[in-house]
Design a protein around this ligand. Structure first.
Ligand code: FAD
Length: 461
């Protein structure tokens, strides 16, 4: 195959790479995106989208199965689950989005090559595809190769020990599912399978699930997991497998076997840096991640890196924002990473949103702070939707009332993440949000009330 030349070559078409490719094309940059697998990367194919589809299906099933015990006066026959159809529906959404990304890249005149890229030097890449090998030379290269599930030596992936990739395409709901790692991926998937009828055990090394969040935020999640019958084992580590069981050990040294049809390992994700020929480059690393500056520039001129391969937080919207910024930088625009916050959402039951400074970070910052917390038990909309669990908490500077952090836990609260992020990004003070008319009845009134509370005059509590 003939050698190719372009101004910008992007390796990887996950949310970081494809957004970078679309924006670069829109800006008239001659761009090629190389993708080894499917457009959309982890997020679209085996991450954000399929997991949220599964969570939705599980929520619907569980709601109908338990409708008789709700106070709404509705009853129906017990529902039946055709899990194969559920998976087909989920795959249909993924396919629609794959096609959508492909169309957007075409419209932007961005070329796509399906194949695996390998660096020859900082300006040259060899792509291996079903048609053979091809050399591509570029003025700028963006590494957007993402991440893969981290594997434990003593629990290697196989037919019964699986990662988040395989669990999202199972042909049936496992009777007994053990999950090693109580972070957001394990909990989102564990909750969904518990709602679909699996007997779920979660094994977490720390003393709490979702250990990066404070216990006020995780309490409602723990309560609901227990209600679903999920066995939560904290201060416990997995040790291996034995005849269809997971071997675990508590901090006090007690060992136990947990029967499991499937063992899902969700102990984090590793950046994909080893298979792209990085040894041909001399990139400065930040631990296992590629080190970047505030323009996503690596230590080599003309080589940029975005997304999971550059470290935490490993989130699709961070990768997309970096991709958009890098395309503009290459087009000659003056840009730098100056974001005040990257919202993080756990799509657990109920959901958690975390934006800006956490309570712990704010308390340790040395800045005098004011805190306002408003519970959904005092929110009319939450009552009408039977979702009174949770709260919104606002953290602001005591001197000028600048909002530093907003956290919340509650059903459907992910949709408030934009309001939280806008407040912080635009440098809002408590008075700005308190003085904004919030539509009634909505859960968003909880944000206004939390600000009023921090100012000392909440109206509905
Ligand atoms: P990726 O999406 O990993 O894409 C990298 C792409 O590069 C892949 O398509 C890969 O095939 C390709 N590639 C790798 N090597 C090569 C090569 N040598 N040549 C060519 N192509 C190559 N994030 C959120 O923000 N919200 C969520 O709700 C959320 N839920 C998640 C749920 C699960 C179960 C998982 C696993 C992840 C979830 N994430 C979520 C994380 C999110 O998926 C990632 O942060 C995001 O996909 C990172 O984007 P990226 O572009 O950096 O890399």
């Amino acid at each position: 195959m003939d050698d190719l030349r372009c101004k910008l070559l992007i390796i990887g078409a996950g949310p970081g790479g494809y957004v970078c490719g679309i924006r670069a094309g829109q800006l008239g940059i001659d761009t090629i995106v190389v993708e080894a697998d499917k457009l959309g990367g982890t997020c679209l194919n085996v991450g954000c989208i399929p997991s949220k589809a599964l969570i939705h299906a599980a929520d619907e099933f569980y709601k109908i199965a338990n409708i008789a015990s709700s106070p709404l006066g509705i009853s129906t026959n017990p529902p039946e689950l055709n899990f194969g159809k559920t998976i087909d529906w989920k795959d249909g959404i993924v396919n629609r989005l794959n096609t959508g990304v492909s169309g957007l890249m075409k419209r932007a005149n961005t070329r796509l090559i399906i194949g695996s890229a390998h660096f020859l030097d900082g300006k040259t890449v060899e792509v291996t595809s079903t048609q053979g090998k091809q050399i591509i030379r570029a003025e700028y290269i963006v590494i957007a190769t993402g991440s893969k599930p981290a594997e434990l030596d003593y629990l290697p992936f196989g037919s019964d020990v699986i990662s988040s990739t395989e669990v999202l395409s199972l042909s049936e709901v496992p009777k007994k599912l053990s999950i090693v790692g109580g972070g957001y991926i394990g909990l989102e998937i564990g909750t969904a399978f518990a709602k679909l009828g699996a007997e779920v055990t979660i094994v977490e090394f720390a003393d709490n699930i979702l250990p990066q969040y404070d216990k006020d935020l995780t309490r409602p999640i723990v309560k609901n997991l227990k209600k679903l019958g999920v066995n939560i084992l904290t201060n416990t580590s997995a040790k291996g497998t034995s005849n269809g069981a997971l071997l675990i050990e508590t901090n006090s040294g007690k060992t136990q076997k947990i029967d499991a049809d499937k063992i899902l390992v969700t102990v984090g994700r590793s950046p994909r840096t080893t298979t792209i020929g990085m040894e041909e480059l001399s990139l400065t690393m930040n631990g296992q991640f590629i080190q970047i500056d505030d323009k996503c520039q690596t230590s080599m001129r003309g080589v940029y890196a975005i997304g999971d391969v550059t470290g935490n937080p490993m989130l699709a919207h961070r990768a997309m924002a970096q991709g958009e910024m890098v395309a503009e930088i290459i087009a000659g625009h003056e840009r730098q990473w100056d974001k005040r916050c990257i919202p993080a959402v756990c799509f657990t039951d109920p959901e958690i949103v975390d934006c800006g400074l956490s309570l712990e970070a704010a308390s340790q910052s040395g800045i005098e702070i004011r805190i306002g917390t408003f519970p959904f038990t005092a929110n009319a909309r939450a009552m009408t939707m039977e979702c009174e669990e949770g709260f919104i908490r606002i953290i602001a500077r005591a001197d000028n009332h600048l909002i530093l952090g907003i956290q919340g836990v509650g059903v459907g609260i992910s949709e408030l993440s934009a309001a939280f992020a806008i407040a912080i990004e635009m440098g809002a003070c408590l008075e700005d949000i308190a003085g904004t008319i919030h539509a009634h009845p909505t859960q968003s009134e909880g944000l206004q009330e939390a600000c009023l509370k921090a100012l000392g005059h909440a109206l509905h509590i």
